[in-house]
Design a protein around this ligand. Structure first.
Ligand code: CMP
Length: 137
């Protein structure tokens, strides 16, 4: 069925000038971009977005990193777009992500406390709905 998902180009992706390349890959796969915002998220938004990771060792570095500069928030739509974008993105750790994926082609490990892995994509219909209501309120 037709789904919507939240995709974020994280601050590392924006800083490296990869927003256009990432949007290009989403559109080239055939998904529709139905919302687009660029701004630096505040801690309140990030705490809500990353509530499930509170207490994990990478939580603070993650909030610091994500609030360090502008992100591009993308609402994408299409049949099975949630699974489809996660496949386009590749695995969380960019070192082992398959070539052909966003993280596999464009990402690497920078030796930091938090994985800077260029993009985020919602992982289920429930999280997509929750995250879209936060980023596209
Ligand atoms: P994301 O899918 O946006 O959600 C949680 C983020 O935390 C993840 O992307 C990575 O950026 C980061 N992350 C997840 N697991 C680890 C880990 N083991 N070490 C460091 N950062 C992580």
């Amino acid at each position: 069925s037709v789904e919507q998902t939240l995709i974020l180009v994280k601050p590392d992706g924006v800083a490296r000038g990869l927003s256009g390349e990432i949007l290009r890959r989403i559109e080239a796969k055939g998904y529709s971009v139905t919302g687009l915002r660029m701004f630096t998220p505040d801690r309140e938004l990030l705490a809500a977005h990353y509530a499930e990771h509170e207490g994990k060792p990478f939580y603070e570095p993650l909030i610091e990193f994500m609030s360090s500069g502008p992100v591009v928030a993308i609402r994408a739509e299409g049949h099975r777009v949630i699974e489809g974008f996660r496949s386009l993105a590749g695995t969380t750790d960019p070192t082992g992500a398959a070539p052909g994926t966003i993280r596999g082609d464009l990402g690497r490990d920078w030796g930091l406390k938090v994985q800077q892995n260029l993009v985020h994509g919602s992982d289920s219909t429930e999280s997509a709905e929750r995250e879209l209501s936060l980023w596209f309120a």
